[in-house]
Write a protein that binds this ligand. Structure first.
Ligand SMILES: [Zn+2]
Length: 112
């Protein structure tokens, strides 16, 4: 639980970048980690259950708690590694204009 709170406080609320080809002007953390088209593609490649991707969660902590209740410890570690790689890929695109294909992001996360 503390890790989830830490992640929320660390990243706070964000604005989605036009470079991400996303039509969402106002962005929450749950948008950046679950709903933005590129991250959805990566999470789908990673095999995240559609229920977790399509479910409606008002707060990011509800989404993460739902996932953490269903995943075992190995899958949880893989999930956070994948989220971290999504975040890094997003930052590379926004700040350095370098775009990784969704499959490449998943493969980088999978190899760690
Ligand atoms: Zn977006």
């Amino acid at each position: 639980m503390a890790l989830i709170v830490f992640i929320g406080e660390l990243f706070g609320n964000l604005k989605c970048s036009p470079r991400l080809r996303c039509k969402n002007n106002e962005e929450s953390l749950i948008h950046a980690l679950k709903e933005c088209p590129k991250v959805r593609e990566i999470l789908t490649i990673g095999g995240l259950n559609n229920r977790f991707l399509d479910g409606s969660y008002g707060r990011r902590i509800d989404w993460m708690e739902d996932i953490l209740h269903k995943l075992d410890s190995k899958a949880t570690a893989d999930f956070f590694t994948l989220l971290w790689n999504c975040w890094n890929s997003r930052n590379m695109l926004v700040f350095q204009k370098k775009e990784d294909l969704a499959r490449m992001v998943w493969e980088m996360a999978h190899s760690q």
